[in-house]
Design a protein around this ligand. Structure first.
Ligand SMILES: [Zn+2]
Length: 219
């Protein structure tokens, strides 16, 4: 079983950062640390920095990675950074990771991933396991992380909406295929998106226009 804490971080755009802890062992993964503030620091202090094994990135946009370097230093560089193999091209490119277009800041991020992910890869966290699902569309190297009955969907699937595809490496066609792949999973899941509210897969199958439901429109 895992424990999930959601913290909204980010100086320019609020992003949902998830602190996921394997309840048996205390081992922890931090998904999309888009910023690093006091609230995240206090949550991670109580988890224990020595327990943070992974920094899992759903994709390379600046609002999802802004706190990576600070977090890594807090773990004495022990946490392993994981990102989809082709997404490394965005990570340290301030135009393609949207840092310059959105903030005007030429970020000096130099993120060096330790684990380059492929579709279907598994990441073991204590007695829990994340499965990587490659879900291109918002960016070509976007992924969802599936752990038991929980999906961390990044900017691929939102409550009643889906990610934009007009940024570098985005593709509406690929996004739609990725959403079909998620919708075709068996059973129900909790969806923990990169922005806005959490939802369930079944709710989105019924109410999200991108998944064929009758939601309240495209964004
Ligand atoms: Zn994004």
């Amino acid at each position: 079983m895992i424990n999930i804490q959601q913290i909204s971080v980010g100086e320019f755009l609020a992003v949902n950062c998830y602190v996921v802890t394997d309840e048996k062992t205390g081992k922890t993964a931090v998904i999309d640390p888009g910023g690093y503030d006091n609230q995240l620091d206090s949550v991670l202090s109580s988890v224990g920095f020595e327990n943070i094994e992974y920094i899992l990135l759903t994709h390379g946009h600046f609002d999802h990675i802004g706190g990576v370097e600070k977090l890594l230093s807090k773990t004495n560089s022990n946490a392993k950074i994981a990102v989809y193999k082709s997404e490394t091209a965005l990570l340290n490119d301030p135009r393609r990771n949207l840092s310059i277009p959105f903030t005007g800041i030429q970020s000096a991020e130099q993120i060096k991933p330790d684990i380059l992910l492929s579709d279907g890869d598994e990441i073991t966290l204590g007695e829990s396991k994340f499965t990587v699902m490659h879900t291109p569309g918002h960016t070509s190297g976007s992924v969802c992380y599936i752990c038991g009955g929980d999906i961390f969907s990044g900017d691929t699937l939102f409550r009643r909406s889906a990610g934009r595809t007009d940024f570098p490496t985005g593709s509406l066609k690929e996004l739609m295929a990725s959403l079909r792949k998620i919708a075709a999973l068996d059973g129900d899941y909790m969806i923990h998106p990169g922005h806005d509210q959490e939802t369930t897969l079944e709710e989105e199958r019924n109410g999200n226009p991108y998944l064929g439901g009758s939601g309240y429109g495209f964004v």
